[in-house]
Design a binder for this molecule. Structure first.
Ligand code: SF4
Ligand code: SF4
Length: 494
């Protein structure tokens, strides 16, 4: 063989071999189907769920409000999202330390949707051997017809995933109307097509390749494993030496292990690995090899669990430790974050008050010696319904609160109201130039919320109190103005 020929045979990448997993229905696979069907159902019904006439989940980007379990959150509360992300991360760490890659095999969206696409495939193309035979056939009528039907149904699934994804942002009824009237914007068309294409490609076509080459979790999760982490393992002691068992065993021949080397566990594996070679990063802990091997063992009248959930310590007969330092550490951080999150959500007040002082002038002196300070209050109703609020001020000196809008205001859900108010007080020589004053906004109806914010009342120094103000008069508007809650005034709140 010439040098050129030898070089031509060296490939840098392993050729992709299509995997034809066995269809299994019993054992762990039954429970997996129940869990995965539940997750799919939650995903699909999520956008349609309502609570007291309001959506349960709605990521309303244009109005910048996010409804989660019927409670509306605003961009200012995005800190809660970071809490949630931290909780999810540490929750996943704990699950990984305890149960290995159970997330991958039982709840990961890639696994869930791959099973949905696979379900359609096996319904149309048949069991493993028929699927393999079909792919070896020429493109005759039967193969073309089955493939076209499969791809069409896959496209339907992909579209339903995309539609539901968009419905979390746009509301399903609005989305249906927009699709029927072809009035989606270009961006909306993109977001209706992109998740569909991604889902079709990743879960329908690429499947295990996504876990091998694209998922970062598959690569770093092994650092969280310890010797007590639950893994799927082949009982080598019992299974080896593997080999076919003759019907009439030779009494003189050495006794083999329980593994009959039928390779059913390999054929069942959606990632195409042989678990008998030991723990591998491609294993997504789906437990299909356990079910496949159990079926074989039952047929042979042997004990099941030749492949089973185990751990390195258990395999070696060593003491299994439940409370490990790593687990305790993750659990402690998780509990601390959870407590903080629950406390923050529990003490959340869906009412906001910002006080913006008149920046053009600190105070204004009246002819009778009284001093006027001007403020602009921004009250935000972060609830799902209209609310009436009572507005008042508190200070340790006598004053008069003036506002053209009255002391009771009504604000629509998700709206904010900006009100100009004046505090008028008589300057007293002994009073400080800068005194605290509190504005209080209180709901009139139940549930009851109160927000109290501090500001300052400024009066001239005693040396200059007899001299009229030389600052320009910029009488603020006392007329209220309404804006959506997500938009804020350009002035700095004080
Ligand atoms: S080795 Fe077993 S548990 Fe791991 S991916 Fe394959 S079938 Fe699933
Ligand atoms: S299914 Fe069980 S008996 Fe068959 S090869 Fe796998 S481990 Fe051996």
């Amino acid at each position: 063989m010439g040098t050129a020929d030898a070089a031509a045979q060296v490939t840098l990448y392993e050729k992709w071999k299509k995997i034809y997993p066995l269809s299994l229905y019993g054992g762990y696979q039954r429970w997996r189907r129940v869990v995965l069907s539940g997750l799919v159902a939650i995903y699909y019904v999520g956008p349609w769920l309502q609570l007291n006439g309001h959506p349960l989940f709605w990521l309303n980007l244009p109005e910048r409000k996010f409804v989660v379990f019927g409670v509306t959150y605003w961009p200012q509360e995005f800190v809660l999202v970071s809490w949630l992300l931290m909780l999810s991360a540490f929750g996943l760490f704990i699950v990984t330390v305890v149960a290995g890659r159970v997330w991958c095999g039982w709840a990961c969206p890639q696994t869930v949707w791959t099973l949905v696409y696979f379900f359609i495939e096996q319904k149309i193309e048949g069991p493993r051997t028929q699927r393999m035979r079909l792919d070896r056939r020429a493109w005759d009528l039967q193969r073309t017809g089955k493939k076209l039907l499969k791809w069409t149904l896959w496209a339907g699934v992909a579209f339903s995933i995309s539609f539901t994804f968009m419905a979390y942002f746009l509301r399903p009824e609005v989305l249906i109307e927009k699709i029927l009237t072809l009035s989606l914007s270009r961006g909306e068309w993109f977001w209706l097509s992109f998740p569909a294409a991604a889902s079709y490609l990743f879960s329908g076509v690429l499947r295990e390749q996504v876990c091998f080459h694209m998922c970062p979790y598959a690569r770093f999760q092994s650092v969280m494993f310890d010797r007590d982490t639950l893994i799927i393992a082949y009982n080598e002691e019992r299974g080896e030496p593997r080999g076919h068992k003759p019907r009439r065993p030779d009494p003189a021949a050495p006794v083999g292990g329980d593994c009959v080397d039928c390779k059913r566990c390999v054929h069942a594996c959606p990632t195409g690995i042989d678990i008998r070679d030991g723990l591998q990063y491609q294993c997504i802990a789906c437990a299909a090899c356990i079910d496949a091997c159990d079926e074989v063992m039952l047929e042979l009248g042997q004990e099941t669990n030749l492949i089973r959930y185990s751990s390195q310590h258990r395999d070696r007969g060593e003491t299994v430790s439940r409370l490990r330092p790593r687990l305790v550490g993750y659990a402690a951080v998780f509990s601390a974050i959870l407590l903080g999150f629950v406390w923050t959500v529990g003490h959340r007040i869906p009412l906001e008050l910002d006080i913006i002082r008149d920046r053009g002038r600190l105070y204004r002196e009246h002819w009778d010696g009284s001093i006027e300070n001007t403020y602009r209050l921004r009250i935000v109703n972060r609830e799902n319904g209209s609310r009436r609020y009572e507005l008042r001020a508190e200070a340790d000196f006598p004053f008069e609160l003036k506002t053209l809008h009255g002391s009771v205001v009504e604000i629509a859900p998700g709206e904010q109201l900006a009100i100009g108010v004046q505090l008028v007080a008589h300057a007293t020589p002994e009073a400080a130039e800068n005194r605290p004053v509190y504005f209080v906004v209180e709901t009139i109806d139940e549930p009851h919320y109160v927000v109290r914010e501090e500001s300052r009342f400024i009066q001239p120094s005693t040396q200059s109190s007899t001299r009229p103000s030389t600052q320009p008069s910029t009488q603020p508007s006392t007329q209220p103005s309404k804006q959506p809650a997500g938009q804020t005034s350009g002035a700095d709140p004080r």
